[in-house]
Design a binder for this molecule. Sequence first.
Ligand code: BDR
Ligand code: CA
Length: 311
Amino acid sequence: MTTNPIIIDCDPGVDDAIALLLAFASAELDVLGITTVAGNVPLSLTQTNARKICELAGRSTMRVYAGCPRPMLRSLETAEYAHGTTGLQGTELPEPTMPLQAQHGVDFLIETLMQSDGDITLATLGPLTNLAIALIKAPQITPKIREVVMMGGAITHGNVTPLAEFNIYVDPHAAQVVFSSTLKLTIISLDVTHQVLTTPDRLEKIRSIGTPVSQAAADLLAFYGSYDIEKYGMPGSPLHDPCVIAYLIQPDLFTGREFFVDVETTSDRTIGCTIVDLWQLTGKSPNVNVIQTVNVEKFYELLIDRLSRYV
Ligand code: BDR
Ligand code: CA
């Protein structure tokens, strides 16, 4: 089995937390470090939450970095309505004792990529501010990034506005920097993640693993699901960010196609929406592998199998 080196850029966030647990339990991935960004909750909480999850997973030697505290141009909009005031509502995890790294997250990205052989994949689970700033500060990292796999965007419906998905909406200018780069990009949008729902029976399967990790995961997901159940009438919460990690572990659970994708940065009504040129109407060359389908049953089999590996 080959092990792929990855850096996870995230804003934990309940679904980010589940994504981290999935990654840490998967030998296919070598997590080199975690960079955090302001998103679901402010940066002070996302970096603390990332360390809490590392300690929950028994990974207290993992390096966690704080990145950008706000989007490039817009003021920060957060999502406590879905993740709670702490960002990890539903369970009480102890304050972390492992240190936050002194280096800025953007500088860690640049330094690590520049020292690499070009084999590192970036998994982005939050607004794209850290990656965009890294690309602006050090454009020479572009050929050093093997691939970016992101949770972001919406083809048919948004979750912040009718058209915009949260990660892109929070920092659309950063998203535009990333989408207009020459990076190899794969996006997993709401159209896919809204199929991957933590229904009551799936939640029960996670809980019945019976370990501290599975209990914490189930408690987090029970709180997180209550928002989607109430607001959208869904049977459970969409596991957005874990889809990125599942794709990196087992890409054959997903199918996708290359399209040209642009980001709206100016219109008040549609800011942050991803414009996917499904019919090649712009005549522009495809720049993104847009994931279109997911094998939901096998996704949950994978997640439950990996969560069962914690003792
Ligand atoms: C994305 O926004 C955040 O609330 C989630 O963590 C996920 O990354 C879904 O739109
Ligand atoms: Ca996230």
